[in-house]
Design a protein around this ligand. Sequence first.
Ligand code: ATP
Ligand code: MG
Length: 365
Amino acid sequence: MSKIILTGDRPTGQLHIGHYVGSLRRRVELQNSGDWDEIYIMIADAQALTDNADNPDKVRQNILEVALDYLAVGLDPEKSTLFIQSQIPELTELTFYYMNLVTVARLQRNPTVKSELKMRNFKGGSIPVGFFAYPISQAADITAFQATAVPVGEDQEPMLEQCREIVHSFNSIYGEALTMPNIMLPDNAACLRLPGTDGTAKMSKSLGNCIYLAESPEGIRKKVMSMFTDPDHLRVEDPGKTEGNPVFIYLEAFSRPEYFAEFCPDYQDLAEMKAHYERGGLGDVKVKKFLNSCLQAELEPIRKRREEYQKDIGYVYEVLRKGSMAAEQKAAETLGKVKKAMRIDYFSDEELIRAQTEKYQAASN
Ligand code: ATP
Ligand code: MG
């Protein structure tokens, strides 16, 4: 069986370091490992419109921002197909058929939908049907490419679960046409769901608590220096908590032994630094300065590459146009199989016409 990856991002803003550790960094590693037969990376504009129906220009403008971030982190259009969701009409068609396999109650139970509903504050509690059903559309995205692996952050776990249920129902009702996908979570616990700079549970474009991949060096420094830490760690000599402390969570996600040697040689590694903070005597400013150095080192090459691609926006759109054409071919293949399995392939089924012809001939004889 082919090894196929599908994953993507909503064009609701520039990508941030939560996306990087939760999914982007892994994608680039997988891409460069050469172990995968096909890799599809989708800019989920149709999904973004489910909760931004009144702001199409935001979605339109951010397609480019996300594409620039992709190229900047090292996704390579020669190895990964980068495409735009709305340009693949087969995805909408699949969604419509999968809707018959999911109950309203099941969607209401989806924990990600529940928490996002709270976060997004739909006016008067009125939920657009499209938003409510987006887990189904996500199942269409994943299955259209017959993905075997979906590298995403932890918030996507319920989506994958729901997708697997749809695959199971479809295959048991209509016959094996869809591939069962597996979630691929980050190995590092700190990367499962990177908190916001404000200490809230998740860094999210929609909450404005992000450090963006394209952030300027000064922007990174300011955001790091004003980050939340342990609120009870008032004086340097006080013992501090590292668990749940966003600064230390970011260090878990970004620090490397060589950064200690280069930027903070008082400690061999993060375990030593944490131990000092916990027993007291290590100030927040010193830890934040170290985090700032780590982030500057990680983000500088990404920012530089982005600046290069920003000089040729025509090229970026060309990448997306070609990627969308290739992605559509693959999705059309799957839709063909799905329609055949569902017995809605009337015009390519000569047997159907023959049998019905015979039936009426027999009746008129
Ligand atoms: P929005 O607020 O518009 O939903 P978002 O910041 O949540 O935006 P998405 O486009 O929904 O970003 O998510 C893209 C991918 O990045 C998903 O795989 C998601 O799991 C992952 N991701 C998003 N935020 C984080 C985070 N804070 N930590 C780890 N992974 C994340
Ligand atoms: Mg999200």
